[in-house]
Write a protein that binds this ligand. Structure first.
Ligand code: BGC
Length: 462
């Protein structure tokens, strides 16, 4: 191992780029998983002749699996290590995709989607953690943003691949083909070093040093980083006991849970999972439904870039206000158009444009920002616990949204369903005002001091 480290020592930049690209592929798989089902549901429904209720189960079994996977991932990444957890996620991802492709009944497909979800739950907890631990300090922020961009790129690729397969109507290929990037991910993982921080947690100093030399090159930087990690490791994680004893920590955990529930109840994933169905209700044929869905995916990627450009300049709250307002308007208008009847070409295009406006609202704000805020508001000693709670909430609320959309459409009507989500987005403007702190240009230590001194949540960033 020493020899290998020596060999790559000459090029730490290449080592770090390769490492981060491979780990960021986990974000791509997250996106593929979210996006792939939307184009497949109508073909699955006519093949298995199942109700809307069953389709909702097929869609949301993945989120149930992800919630369970995210819960287990904290323990797994601490004991097995980050790298081995990612390998397990890669194996489950490939197995889950192939299992979906060969499912002989709706029930088996539900089980297969659950397995796929387990993979994503583990990967969505472990990959950002690993990235934060191996990336050098100065590119850490960019690394996490890249991860969000990979998610949206994954969604887009899944939409495009579904579009390509839609002329044949073969949903098995749609669901099976995402095993291919999974194989690349798995093969790439064998080149990944273990996380130096995890190695130090396990007392493997020598191995940690070898990895750091490979990634950083400079011996002085390695020494400083090892000292810093040692120092941080003295702050042991006491999440659960702190949660029981400290009401201020309960407030930040509550805030993380609230933020993730808000992100999901914007209704974004309604469009991610059911876009073709929504376009069908606007009067489009199958091919047009698929192409517009691809346009949704592209808009999502491009608007995510807006967030990167403004988040550190304008701050979190102004962007969230703008995002929730745009989303409330977009969905409110889509609902109104569906209520009035979308008949002419002009009305159809206008309604699609309003749905795309909603996507812009999400991707420039709540998409990336909620993840950022959730990690910023937790105190160091309880950070893992706090983030695990909010990530778990993300998947549970994601499941609720996915599992109720079609029922809402038939229960209260198309227009009313979109109005309901528009109203929720309007409510989130108020919640942002009362409870969400502005964390731009504030150190995490300052946020923690304010939280622990009992300041109101919206003021902990001041
Ligand atoms: C959300 C996902 C969503 C994706 C859309 C992420 O931030 O957590 O639920 O599907 O953004 O781009």
């Amino acid at each position: 191992m020493d020899v290998a480290a020596h060999r790559t020592q000459a090029n730490p930049k290449a080592a770090i780029v390769t490492t981060c690209v491979i780990a960021a592929l986990a974000g791509l798989m997250f996106g593929l998983d979210i996006g792939v089902i939307s184009g497949a549901t109508q073909f699955i429904q006519s093949d298995f002749k199942v109700s809307d209720r069953t389709i909702e189960w097929i869609v949301s079994a993945m989120m149930a699996g992800a919630a369970v996977g995210a819960l287990g991932a904290g323990w797994m990444s601490a004991t097995l290590g980050r790298k081995r957890s990612l390998v397990l996620a890669g194996v489950l991802f490939i197995a889950g995709s192939l299992f979906c492709a060969v499912a002989g009944s709706a029930t088996i497909l539900i089980v297969a989607r659950f397995v796929l979800g387990l993979a994503i739950g583990v990967a969505t907890f472990t990959a950002p953690l690993y990235l934060a631990e191996v990336a050098p300090e100065r590119v850490r922020g960019a690394m996490i943003s890249t991860y969000q961009l990979m998610i949206t790129t994954g969604i887009l690729l899944a939409f495009l691949s579904d579009t390509a397969f839609s002329s044949t109507g073969n949903w098995r290929w749609m669901l099976g083909v995402i095993a291919v990037p999974g194989v690349f991910f798995l093969l790439g993982l064998f080149y990944l070093p273990d996380s130096p921080r995890w190695l130090l947690m396990r007392g493997r100093r020598k191995d940690a040093e070898v990895v750091l030399v490979k990634l950083r090159g400079d011996q002085a930087i390695v020494k400083k980083e090892m000292d810093d990690i040692d120092e941080q490791l003295k702050t042991r994680q006491h999440g659960l006991s702190m949660f029981r004893e400290n009401p201020n920590f309960r407030r930040s955990v509550g805030l993380g849970v609230l933020l993730q529930a808000m992100q999901q109840f914007t209704g974004m994933n309604v469009v991610m999972y059911y876009a073709p169905r929504i376009f069908k209700d606007m009067g489009y044929d199958t091919q047009a439904q698929m192409w517009f869905t691809a346009a949704v995916g592209l808009t999502n990627v491009l608007a995510t870039l807006i967030a990167f450009a403004f988040v550190d300049r304008l701050g979190r709250k102004p962007i969230l206000y703008a995002g929730f307002t745009i989303m409330a308007l977009g969905l409110g208008i889509v609902g109104t158009m569906l209520g009035l009847g979308v008949d002419s070409r002009g009305e159809q295009y206008f309604t699609v444009a309003m749905l795309l406006l909603f996507i812009v609202g999400f991707a420039m704000s709540a998409g990336p920002l909620i993840w950022t805020l959730c990690s910023e508001v937790q105190p160091l000693k309880g950070r893992d616990f706090g983030i695990a709670c909010s990530t778990f909430t993300n998947w549970v609320t994601n499941m609720i949204v996915g599992a109720t959309f079609l029922t809402l459409l038939s229960g209260i009507g198309n227009a009313q369903t979109f109005w309901l989500y528009a109203a929720l987005n309007a409510l989130f403007i108020v919640i942002t005002f009362w409870w969400v702190p502005e964390t731009k240009n504030v150190t995490l230590e300052q946020i923690e001091r304010n939280l622990m001194s009992g300041k109101p949540l919206r003021k902990i960033g001041q």
